[in-house]
Design a protein around this ligand. Structure first.
Ligand code: ATP
Length: 252
């Protein structure tokens, strides 16, 4: 693994169910890498294994076998506090349903990853205000999640996901609950963050529009990576068309 590889997955397998139960092989010999500053998408039909893969990469679940190395840490070997520290420092998450704490303001939600690391309040304030400016939510910091629109909530969630400068930002259908304008705004912001901060982004989606913002897309079918598309010099619309064509043949 070179120093620029942020995620490296080798021979990853996930089988659900115990040996004496009915088993389901959800991931089969997955091999992939994500380089620093890459914006990678994972696409596939419902049930193909996208969320399972993301859960292995983000350490929310444990693989049956294989290696997952994130920013130099072999996450399959970590346990307990080590794992909690790794997650808090190296990975940012955005989910479809935002996962904001309703009893905290936007500012307090965004500051959580730093508060958990025991960051001094002055440093924390500065980091929150910087990330809020990047995501155009500076005027929303004192509001509670119930006072925000879906798009605003997701931008607060994105701010929380990157405030501690993780090695990689992972999203599981982050635009799934948004209207098309808010979805486009979020994807534009993720693109800006990816470019300007060289933060690697890994996005799981079944939506070709969201996927068209990626530089590279891995297509999963029945737990295996079946093909890969690279955007190269294409503009987003051309890449969108290529994705649609690929989905047409891939899902046959
Ligand atoms: N805890 C579990 N126990 C048993 N089987 C599971 C479990 N979680 C997922 N599966 C199975 O593994 C397969 C992959 O599921 P996964 O959620 O990763 O798919 P997905 O591609 O994310 O689908 P979707 O787009 O519908 O969210 C599915 O067939 C699913 O039924």
């Amino acid at each position: 693994m070179t120093t620029n590889t942020v995620v490296s997955v080798n021979g990853l397998e996930k089988t659900y169910g115990k040996a004496n139960e009915r088993q389901y092989r959800a991931l089969k010999d997955i091999n992939l890498t994500v380089e620093q500053g890459e914006f990678v998408g994972i696409m596939g039909a419902s049930g193909s294994g996208k969320t399972t893969l993301l859960n292995m990469l983000s350490t929310l679940d444990v693989p049956t076998s294989g290696d997952v190395v994130v920013n130099g840490h072999d996450v399959t070997q970590m346990r307990g506090n080590q794992l909690a520290d790794f997650r808090a420092q190296e990975v940012g998450f955005i989910f479809q349903d935002f996962n904001l704490l309703e009893s905290l303001t936007a500012e307090e939600n965004i500051g959580l990853p730093l508060a958990l690391q025991g960051t001094a309040s002055q440093v924390m304030d500065q980091a929150i205000h910087e990330v809020a400016a990047t995501l155009s939510i500076s005027d929303l910091l004192q509001k509670y999640p119930s006072e925000l629109s879906g798009g605003q909530k997701q931008r607060v969630a994105a701010a929380r996901a990157i405030v501690h400068h993780p090695a990689i930002l992972m999203g599981d259908e982050p635009t799934g609950a948004l209207d098309s304008t808010s979805a486009r705004e979020l994807l534009d912001l993720l693109t800006t963050i990816n470019r300007e901060q060289a933060m690697s982004v890994l996005l799981v989606t079944h939506d070709p529009f969201s996927a068209s913002f990626c530089q590279r897309i891995l297509f999963i079918k029945d737990g295996e990576i079946g093909s890969e598309l690279r955007r190269g010099d294409q503009d987003r619309r051309e890449f969108y068309q290529e994705i649609l064509n690929e989905l047409g043949t891939f899902n046959e």
